[in-house]
Design a protein around this ligand. Structure first.
Ligand code: GDD
Ligand code: MG
Length: 359
């Protein structure tokens, strides 16, 4: 079975980080985000993926090549201009098997949904299309999916208004489609799965099912969620556990470090969570950590800095005595000595924060 991964969104809500890097390639725990999805596919026995690109397409093959390093065979289907989630599926048809059902994943959700159970349910119901469902507090941000007791989908409302909320189950961004679904999508023009295909399947009375499989699930669409995904992973919750089992990391108490990272022997940690120090990064003496902290490859953290529940992307420098809490620092930033950056702050790549500044 092949998996098609949709990666063409512009990630506007995750600016400034998506100005330079497409969302599916942003590092999550120091790996390009899609690498986590590739690992999930492999855990479910899927060895072939088609990556449907539209925004900064050239960056994807540059990062993943033919996929061998990630244990998959990867092909790319590039849209000249974005065709929407449905148009992307149609545009990828040549790379899919015309006689076999396929899996589709939104390329911006970190999850460990049980794809095998989704596929099993799809086959048992003889469905034409199946959607993995998750329960959330606020369905207005997602595609609301109302099902009958047997899982048959009764209504699909993308980004419902408050008065349209009839349940808490939403589209998790993982589907199984029979090949016939591709023929229902108009070729060569923008088309949405959520606003076009799904309502049309319902109208035509086709066998269209939803399946709640459980597991960790987080859309990385905003800065707040991007940070939260890191905290979850570093707490070894949900999807994070797999990362720690597989990766070759050295470990001492709450500290995990990658190849050629240097961590002073007196580094102190308090609270829950872990500190991940990326390849070639260095942490000077007298640095204190609290909660979960992700330090990207090649970063330098100078003496006496205090880092709490934050993410620092690659090649940034955190000066002496600087204090970071609840924030995300982009690539190649400089936080000068004694500056403090507080909760919710997001520093775009290359930012410089002058000494003693308070953000
Ligand atoms: N190739 C391609 N071309 N991919 C696209 C395009 C396009 O034109 N537009 C969007 N995508 C990709 C995005 O990169 C993302 O991985 C996925 O399709 C979904 O698009 P988003 O823009 O992230 O949609 P959303 O988060 O508002 O809502 C979607 O995801 C929710 C779950 O996170 C919908 O599918 C909702 O129904 C769902 O609940
Ligand atoms: Mg999204």
């Amino acid at each position: 079975m092949k998996a098609l991964i949709l990666t063409g969104g512009q990630g506007l809500r995750l600016r400034p980080f998506t100005c330079q890097t497409p969302k599916p390639l942003l590092p999550v725990a120091n790996l390009p985000f899609l690498a986590h999805q590739f690992a999930l596919l492999r855990r479910h026995g899927i060895r072939e993926a088609v990556v449907a690109t539209a925004y900064r397409s050239e960056a994807f093959p540059r990062t993943f090549g033919d996929g061998r390093r990630f244990g998959l065979r990867i092909r790319y289907a590039c849209e000249k201009s974005p065709l929407g989630t449905g148009g992307a599926v149609r545009n990828s048809a040549a790379a899919l098997d015309p006689a076999e059902a396929f899996l589709v994943l939104n390329g911006d959700v970190l999850h460990d949904l049980d794809l095998t159970a989704l596929l099993r349910a799809h086959r048992a119901k003889r469905a034409e299309a199946s959607i993995a469902l998750v329960r959330v507090k606020d369905p207005t941000l997602y595609g609301l999916v109302e099902t009958a007791k047997d899982g048959r989908i009764l209504r699909f409302i993308e980004k419902p208004s408050l008065d349209e909320i009839s349940c808490r189950t939403v589209n998790a961004g993982a589907y199984v489609f029979e090949p016939s679904v591709v023929g229902r999508i108009p070729p060569g023009k923008p088309y949405s799965l959520e606003r076009g295909l799904f309502p049309s399947l319902l109208e035509a009375g086709r066998p269209f099912y939803g399946c709640v499989t459980g597991g960790y699930w987080m859309d990385i669409g905003t800065v707040e969620k991007y940070l939260q995904v890191h905290l979850d992973i570093l707490c070894e919750a949900g999807a994070g556990a797999a990362l720690f089992r597989k990766a070759r990391l050295r470990r001492r108490g709450a500290f995990l470090w990658e190849a050629k990272a240097r961590l002073a022997a007196d580094a102190a940690h308090e609270g829950d969570g872990h500190v991940l120090v990326g390849a070639g990064a260095s942490v000077a003496p007298l640095v204190r950590f609290s909660g979960s902290v992700c330090i990207g490859p090649g970063c330098v953290v100078e003496r006496g800095a205090w880092l709490s529940d934050c993410v620092i992307l690659g090649r940034s420098r955190i000066g002496r005595g600087a204090r970071l809490s609840g924030c995300v620092v982009g690539h190649a930033c400089v936080v000068e000595p004694n500056a403090s950056i507080g909760p919710g702050r997001a520093l775009g790549d290359g930012s410089v924060v002058k000494q003693y500044s308070q953000l």
